[in-house]
Design a binder for this molecule. Sequence first.
Ligand SMILES: NC(=O)c1ccc[n+]([C@@H]2O[C@H](COP(=O)([O-])OP(=O)(O)OC[C@H]3O[C@@H](n4cnc5c(N)ncnc54)[C@H](OP(=O)(O)O)[C@@H]3O)[C@@H](O)[C@H]2O)c1
Ligand code: SF4
Ligand code: SF4
Length: 400
Amino acid sequence: MLYRQMPKNEDELSILGFGCMRLPVKEDGTIDEERARNQVRYAIDNGVNYVDTAWPYHMSASEPFLGRALADGYREKVKLATKLPSWLLESREDMDKFLNAQLERLKTDHIDYYLVHGLAGKVWDKLEALGVTDFLDKAKADGRIVNAGFSFHGSIEDFKRIVDAYPWTFCQIQYNFMDEKHQAGTEGLEYAASKGMGVIIMEPLLGGNLASPVPAEVEDIWNEAAVKRTPAEWAFRWVWNHPEVTVVLSGMNKESQVEENLKIADEAYPNSLTEAEIQLISRVEKKYCQLMKIGCTGCEYCMPCPSGVNIPECFSIYNDLHMFGNLEGSRFTYAVSMSGVFTNTKPGGFASQCIECGQCMEKCPQGLKIPDLLKEVAEELEGPDLEQRLAMAKQLFANK
Ligand SMILES: NC(=O)c1ccc[n+]([C@@H]2O[C@H](COP(=O)([O-])OP(=O)(O)OC[C@H]3O[C@@H](n4cnc5c(N)ncnc54)[C@H](OP(=O)(O)O)[C@@H]3O)[C@@H](O)[C@H]2O)c1
Ligand code: SF4
Ligand code: SF4
């Protein structure tokens, strides 16, 4: 495991951090606690010393899980990061209430890296008015938090404004080879680093989209590389190639992913990619831009939809359709997914259920025009045969 120093303190942090937003789950959707605990502990035993969670992850079950997973001496081996749920705050008192509850959930008396979660311009303005800087100062002074930071999903202008608004130790941004000019992007990464901040990276694989499945056109480009690497490795190495990056978080949920990512983190030095490799990655980026219709990362911030639309699932199947071009296959996958056969519920989640209330758009970190995009999804993936495909899905899977 390689380590990089947090610029404003002495912490040597593992370049791979464990993100606890996509832990392995059981059939009923709850965390598969044994597997998840084993994965987290295995990663720590193999050098990971930064673990990231947040109040809402896994329907609020990630923090309590991590509190249990970090028993038996594991808490002392890591720097623990969690986040103040900015959208749930109505008063200055709420901030202490959430932090104190998080300390209890995580079974600890301090959070090493505490982030104000999911900032963008307007949220920051509201929190500043509610007294968030006073809260952070006091929580640092009384030892409940050690380092203050923020995670960000807004524009570069707002990013710089927030960086300059408080003596942050660090920030967390979405960054991967598709996001150079998106959100904080490369400009934000360099700006934060120039101010002496550590930068934690989230979504290095664009929520897994860059790892698999890989469209044939993209695979062809990867195959041209002199050194053979998996698409996940190329994406991670691209992020770690930037010396301004401190830690890259990965939402791992399979043992093989933990193994692979640990191995890459043994070797991914800054500025270690050759010019030819950087050019190759740039060609892949251009190819994806041609293929991917919707830049949805599956973060689920838009959920739940009051009308019951399964927004990320609709976009994921729609993107697959445009990457692989299998219309019948994608239509059937859509029908199976929305049929309720696996959850023993009525069919639901369809794009056509959207009533255009607009609630989801305010929450989408990618700024997607969700209702418009859902119309396209409904047009291509539903159609007159939907009922027939739903019946077929039931027939095939209902007795499973
Ligand atoms: N503060 C915020 O606003 C915010 C937002 C997003 C994320 N985060 C944090 O950042 C962490 C990282 O983000 P992320 O989970 O979106 O990261 P990511 O690396 O972009 O995506 C994670 C997904 O990538 C796939 N994956 C990981 N390693 C792989 C490998 N070696 N080979 C193939 N596929 C691999 C897995 O997909 P499959 O599940 O499909 O196998 C996994 O679920 C999160 O877990 C969370 O802690 C914070
Ligand atoms: S705009 Fe459509 S998808 Fe978005 S929350 Fe409203 S009903 Fe749901
Ligand atoms: S539509 Fe936006 S908020 Fe919803 S899952 Fe996709 S990226 Fe996340």
